[in-house]
Design a protein around this ligand. Structure first.
Ligand code: C5P
Length: 216
């Protein structure tokens, strides 16, 4: 087996959470650390690919050895940066924990603590993965992640079908967020389920080799 099985391939990875601003000092976000996406970007590079990492805000150090790193804050920004580049990439791995909802309006000034109750109106963010599933070309591989708290595999298979992706990686959030290890199920279109456990880099390598085997 070649040590650089991804040589000549272009891989785009999203990582981390997104931040949806409420006002100049507040935002809605989630506990994603970005570690899984950064590990995928790093291992893809080690396996010979040209890599673009589109990252939400994380505490991780900037991986300078990656070909292109783009930092974004909101789901809307991530959507634009991914869609601007998607056509040029062979393998698109959407690992980011994109916010599902964003405030309908961002207040230009800090919201004052006056009322006893504050109701925020939220609207759905664009689904980057589902959009890629719709526009992908025949030779492109689209991979999604599904963080679940229950019925992990069943819910992930539902997402794989609904979003028209080639592979979905399912994990139980309690076993992944913030940690250096992960325990996932890699599910392909034919519904074959492979369980993988290890450090996030080990899981990334297993996933990328599986993509190579099936699609490269
Ligand atoms: O539907 P759900 O958000 O659970 O699906 C998770 C998958 O969809 C992940 O791969 C995530 O990166 C992607 N996603 C996305 N854009 C969104 C929401 C989720 O790309 N707005």
């Amino acid at each position: 087996v070649s040590e650089k099985p991804l040589a000549g391939k272009k891989v785009l990875v999203t990582a981390g959470p997104t931040q949806e601003e409420i006002d100049p000092v507040r935002f809605i976000s989630n506990h994603s650390s970005g570690k899984m996406g950064y590990a995928i970007a790093k291992v893809a590079k080690m396996l010979g690919a040209s890599v673009c990492l589109i990252s939400g805000p994380t505490c991780l150090s900037v991986p300078y050895f990656i070909d292109e790193v783009v930092f974004v804050k909101s789901a809307g920004e991530m959507y634009r940066e991914v869609l601007d580049r998607a056509e040029q990439y062979d393998i698109l791995i959407m690992c980011a924990a994109v916010a599902d909802y964003t405030p309908a309006q961002r207040s230009g000034s800090k919201i004052k603590k006056i009322e006893d109750k504050l109701v925020l109106e939220l609207v759905k963010t664009p689904d980057i993965l589902a959009t890629l599933g719709q526009v992908k070309k025949e030779n492109q591989v689209v991979v999604g992640f599904a963080a679940e708290t229950e019925h992990v595999v069943e819910n992930a298979i539902e997402k794989l079908i609904k979003k028209n992706v080639d592979i979905i990686v399912a994990n139980d959030v309690s076993e992944a967020m913030g940690k250096d290890t992960n325990h996932v199920y890699v599910i392909s279109k034919n519904k074959a389920v492979v369980e993988v456990e290890g450090t996030k880099e080990e899981v990334a390598k297993e996933l990328l080799l599986r993509i190579c085997e099936n699609f490269c």
